[in-house]
Design a protein around this ligand. Structure first.
Ligand SMILES: Cc1ncc(COP(=O)(O)O)c(C=O)c1O
Length: 267
């Protein structure tokens, strides 16, 4: 008998059986077929204990605890402490906790980030990013790398592997273009497609290599230049200012650090 307080199981076999029956049949079967009979019980720091009592080091490093460790005491204390006073609240009204957290996040972020949108997880964060890009640019087309995983939510699932987008009848190849990983030719083709359809323009957001690959095709740049020289080996690509015409500049000298946003058009 495994007693977990509000619920219990007779055996590990019973958990596997009920997981398949009520919740996650394919993945449970996949691990069973692969000979991985792991059902995680106790967790602590970087250790896991299987229901059979085997202690394992968690080297998955993915999906939530990778930089914090399992049941990190500081996190647990903050959660328990917070629940003494707060619950999820009511999202129609201003919230003391959300406001305080938003302020802490903005203070710790690059200067160009001045607002926070809270999301429930990774997929929703991707959705918010894509919606924000579309709202800001009033353009629809999104280019993503094939076989990536961005979540199962509305837009994230469309930008990801087509085995999930087609499964949910969510694929939209007219708006969501995919190119293979590390295939510059395919990326160039996707960007050219964007230019052919005059109002359907492709928006590119880093990293450094993607910017470098895309810059030769870009007709517009929106640059946030922060008055900082942080250490690091990843940089926005060099470009010749002579080839670009600045249409607008927004200065934020009172912000710490100061920054400017520049809108450039290719001459
Ligand atoms: C790279 C990446 N993006 C997005 C997600 C989706 O996150 P969530 O499951 O919190 O929606 C995941 C989840 O594994 C992920 O690994």
């Amino acid at each position: 008998m495994y007693d977990y307080g509000t619920f219990s199981f007779e055996s590990k076999a019973q958990v596997l059986e009920q997981a398949k029956k009520y919740w996650n049949p394919d993945k449970t079967q996949f691990w069973t077929d692969a000979g991985v009979d792991l059902v995680i019980d106790r967790r602590d720091g970087y250790f896991l204990w299987d229901m059979d009592g085997r202690r394992l080091i968690d080297m998955h490093l993915n999906g939530g605890t990778y930089n914090l460790g399992h049941r990190n005491p500081e996190i647990m204390a903050a959660l328990v402490d917070g629940m003494q006073r707060f619950d999820v609240g009511n999202h129609h009204f201003p919230s003391v906790a959300r406001t305080a957290l938003a302020q802490r996040l903005v203070d710790s972020a690059p200067a160009s980030i001045t607002k926070v949108a809270f999301g429930s997880g990774g997929g929703e964060a991707i959705d918010i990013a894509l919606k924000s890009a579309r709202h800001a640019t009033q353009r629809r087309k999104i280019v993503s790398i094939a076989k990536g995983y961005h979540g199962h939510t509305g837009l994230a699932v469309v930008a990801g592997d087509d085995r999930f987008s087609t499964l949910f009848l969510s694929d939209r190849p007219d708006e969501f273009v995919q190119v293979p990983f590390n295939d510059l030719g395919a990326m160039e083709e996707a960007l050219d497609l964007g230019r052919e359809l005059d109002e359907e323009v492709v928006n590119v957001g880093g990293g450094a290599q993607v910017y470098a690959d895309a810059l030769a095709h870009a007709t517009d740049q929106v640059l946030t230049e922060v008055d900082l020289a942080p250490e690091g080996d990843t940089h926005y690509p060099e470009f010749d200012e002579v080839e670009w015409h600045e249409t607008r500049r927004e200065r934020h000298p009172d912000h710490d650090p100061a920054y400017e946003i520049r809108w450039l058009e290719r001459r």
